[in-house]
Ligand binder design. Structure first.
Ligand code: PLP
Length: 439
């Protein structure tokens, strides 16, 4: 039996009169076709208007690392509301800035903004000012936010590597500023040392920054070879290029010191967002080396934003870091153990139904790929993944970006049991769908 979402559908019809498209963004998950509205949550579970219960591995695109209704977090925000909230500087900056800098040893100083998108743009501005150069290099399939100069595109060819929009680019939509991607950036394949070295050698005089997700969670949680990140680091140092790690997803998610701590690499600038403030409050961070960040302090580089450093966001982040840090960050081990078990069960059950599944990335932000389905080898992997992801939604399991499982610290044995109890129905449902497919 799949979930019935009648009340959500009625509510969404009504809402769509006023809310464009009846949704808050245009990036579609395979379950977005059914616009479900949620009314309650606790830990890893959420309930929709029809009272269906879901396991929430969507975690608000990875931001909700504390799970729903974390009491300590809620109390911290409530207490802050009883103090002062709409002001300029407040009483919380020292604690929070110190904690971020202590956890990320590449970060000497920070500035705050609201979204990852903004923080990335500000980091690029800092890099241009610091190096006196203007272009940046980014990588195919990485995502750095909702801005015209950095979203979507593919290399024009295998020589010039400037990005062009292409038909079928999910983000290649109308209204994008003309020429802005081409004039500002290059887009290279990731994890290819030869291409990177050759390109940097010929373009080093133009390139101010190289920006990368250290684990490409936005595309299947791809993990780079350690040598690749080392090479990136040394090429940037040798050529006066600012290395920017976009840890909007991985920061405070894969470890207290982000992916850079796991890989032992120190970027020049780091961008944080999502999980740092626990999921309910937006906050992003631009942080890095003293001599770059001091460009703000000396007014050589400008940084605006009405809500920069707003108190509730800082309080939320301060409390989130406290919770995550407790007992030497034992929650990370907890998440890793629980999610490793859950993903292993998923893979094992999938194989009983003829699906060949690979799991990628870190257990706190893993993705699955479905290579093939034995009974019909003609069905392409992306179609298999869409069918599986949709079946998961229909049986109360929410994923992100079709195949990504985000963990939260509230995950418990009962959640794993519930997940396992739904797996047979999920795969039976998927098999029935696939059997009827004409491919
Ligand atoms: C790696 C990465 N960078 C930047 C962003 C943009 O962050 P925001 O959506 O908060 O603007 C995202 C959003 O998903 C992201 O995944």
């Amino acid at each position: 039996m799949t979930n019935v979402t009648k009340l959500s559908a009625e509510y969404n019809n009504k809402t769509s009169e006023y809310l464009a498209g009846g949704v808050h963004y245009n990036f579609r998950r395979s379950w977005d076709a059914t616009k479900v509205h949620f009314k309650d949550g606790k830990g890893t579970r959420v309930w929709d208007l029809d009272s269906n219960e879901y396991l929430d591995f969507f975690c608000k695109f990875g931001a909700n690392i504390l799970g729903h209704k974390n009491t300590e977090y809620i109390e911290a925000i409530k207490s802050a509301l009883d103090m002062i909230v709409a002001t300029n500087l407040s009483y919380i900056e020292y604690d929070l800035c110190k904690k971020i800098c202590e956890n990320f040893n590449s970060i000497d100083k920070v500035r705050f903004s609201l979204s990852g998108t903004e923080a990335v743009q500000n980091a690029l501005r800092l890099a241009r000012a610091y190096t006196g150069k203007s272009k940046f290099i980014r990588f195919i399939s990485h995502y750095h936010g909702n801005a015209d100069n950095i979203m979507g595109g593919k290399p024009v060819n295998d020589v010039d590597y400037y990005p062009i929009e292409y038909n079928g680019d999910p983000r290649g939509t109308y209204g994008r500023a003309t020429g802005i991607m081409e004039s500002q950036s290059y887009i290279l394949p990731w994890n290819n040392i030869d291409i990177l070295k050759a390109f940097v050698e010929t373009h080093k005089d133009q390139v101010a920054a190289i920006i990368t997700e250290p684990i490409c969670v936005n595309t299947k949680s791809m993990t780079p070879s350690p040598v690749y990140l080392d090479t990136l680091r040394s090429l940037c140092t040798q050529n006066n290029i600012v290395l920017i790690f976009d840890e909007v997803i991985t920061g405070f998610r894969v470890s207290l010191g982000g992916a850079q701590r796991l890989f032992g690499i120190k970027p020049d600038l780091t961008v944080l967002g999502k999980a740092i403030s626990g999921g309910a409050m937006p906050l992003s961070v631009i942080g890095g080396k003293r001599e770059i960040m001091d460009l703000y302090g000396t007014n050589k580089v400008t940084h605006g934003g009405t809500f920069n450093g707003y108190t509730l966001g800082l309080v939320a982040a301060n409390k989130t870091i406290d919770i995550l840090s407790r007992n030497n960050g034992e929650v990370y081990k907890h998440m890793e153990e629980h999610f490793s078990e859950l993903l292993a069960k998923f893979k094992e059950t999938a194989s009983n139904y003829g699906f060949s599944i690979d799991i990628h990335g870190h257990p706190t932000c893993s993705s699955f790929s479905c290579r093939k389905w034995e009974p019909n080898l003609h069905i392409p992997p992306d179609m298999l993944e869409t069918v599986l992801s949709r079946a998961m939604f229909d049986h109360g399991v929410l994923l992100s970006n079709t195949t990504t499982f985000y963990s939260n610290i509230a995950i418990c044995k009962d959640d794993i049991d519930l997940f396992c109890s739904r797996l047979d129905a999920i795969f039976e449902h998927s098999v029935n769908k696939l059997k009827n497919m004409k491919v």
